[in-house]
Design a protein around this ligand. Structure first.
Ligand SMILES: [Zn+2]
Length: 387
């Protein structure tokens, strides 16, 4: 893979990515209020792509901060261990290290994890501390509006609506909202992007946005960490000397984050978790899988006020009675909620049964059940299922 033809645009930077193991060329751009020219964003975004595509090397037509390339060697070792990909050498001249401090930033979607990371940082770092967040970064298409509509005028309008809503909220805390855009995601199907590449994409945005400390709110807590597109061992190893990326918040379980935000009396009216944000009215549809999952979590912690503001008119018991988990993340989140209901002496037995059934399906698909070892052995011996 070659990364070449870096060029500055009006409010962004673009480069070409030419694959060598397959016939393919991507032209990728990153845009934002303060995006700077440099190869680092493209190297961060495409290193795992090069691995997944079996590329023999990642050659850069210019200089890259060697602190990034040495970190990528570690991130790549994790990806190799998890997914069995080969790790190509990075061929790039070493640039001089930048020494600016920059203003600290936090990626922000309005979800529980990003609200927690932001507000914990605000509580931890006083006004004169360089790590106090001054900027919140909202990346187009990375965590919302996942439908076939990607990039449409309607979806852009929804994104702008979300951004305006966030900007007003963040301003009260002295934080500036920066919106970021890239066509990186559009080069991959969403599952590939989400499961393997989106941490690299966030790291790319951090490198594009200049020096500073960048917090990436964790999706999973330590007990639930698994090979996934955003992980402390992936983007957590994609820093450079001037752009430090911190995967944040995996030390605290998700329900505990909600409980802490409530205990800190944080205004949660900005809460936005929806995969299918409506074009007008409330930011959360209340019907999509992520909305329903979050409703169960809020009910488990007993935050009636948050429910009333973010999901008015929704009957949480009806959601609990009909929720069908579909992914490992669904299972992890809702299992914690079911455990919390149990702890409170109000077990949701039918929900617990559905979670166990789905977890068994996930284990079978991942070959982590008792059938896994014989299946893998037969494959190694060259056995193929007859059709
Ligand atoms: Zn929704």
């Amino acid at each position: 893979m070659r990364i070449h033809d870096l060029s500055e645009e009006a409010n962004g930077v673009s480069a070409s990515i030419t694959f060598e193991a397959v016939e393919r060329r991507d032209t990728v751009w990153f845009r934002g209020d303060r995006v700077e020219a440099g190869f680092e964003p493209f190297v961060a975004a495409y290193f795992l792509v090069a691995m997944a595509s079996g590329e023999p090397r990642l050659a850069v037509d210019g200089a890259v901060d060697p602190s990034l390339t040495s970190g990528l060697a570690t991130a790549g070792a994790h990806a190799r261990h998890w997914w069995g990909w080969r790790q190509p050498p990075i061929e790039a001249a070493a640039s001089a290290a930048r020494r600016e401090e920059g203003r600290a930033a936090s990626f922000f979607t309005g979800g529980i994890d990003s609200l927690f990371t932001l507000h914990r940082s605000l509580r931890t770092f006083a006004d004169d501390h360089p790590w106090r967040p001054r900027r919140a970064l909202l990346a187009y298409g990375f965590d919302s509006a996942l439908g076939a509509d990607y990039g449409s005028a309607k979806e852009r309008a929804t994104f702008d609506r979300i951004a305006r809503h966030f900007a007003g909220y963040l301003d009260r805390y002295g934080i500036e909202l920066e919106t970021l855009d890239s066509n990186f995601r559009s080069h991959f199907d969403y599952a590939t992007f989400h499961d393997h590449l989106h941490g690299g994409g966030l790291a790319a945005f951090a490198h594009a946005s200049g020096p500073g400390v960048y917090r990436v709110p964790s999706t999973h807590d330590v007990a639930a960490l698994r090979p996934f597109g955003s992980h402390p061992d992936l983007e957590g190893n994609m820093s450079s000397a001037s752009t430090r990326i911190i995967h944040d918040g995996h030390d605290v379980e998700r329900l505990r984050k909600l409980a802490l935000l409530s205990a800190w009396s944080v205004d949660l009216s900005v809460l936005h978790v929806c995969f299918d944000t409506p074009g007008s009215g409330l930011l959360n549809c209340g019907r999509c899988q992520k909305c329903r999952r979050t409703i169960i979590e809020i009910a488990a912690v007993g935050l009636d006020d948050v429910m009333a503001v973010s999901f008015p008119g929704i009957d949480a018991e009806e959601v609990i009675a009909t929720f069908q988990p579909r992914s490992p993340t669904d299972i992890a989140c809702v299992k914690a909620a079911a455990t919390e209901f149990h702890r409170r002496g109000q077990p949701r037995v039918a929900l617990e049964r559905r979670l166990r059934e789905r977890a068994a399906v996930e284990r079978r698909v991942a070959e982590q059940d008792w059938r896994g070892p014989p299946k893998r052995l037969l494959r190694r011996l060259g056995w193929r299922r007859q059709r």
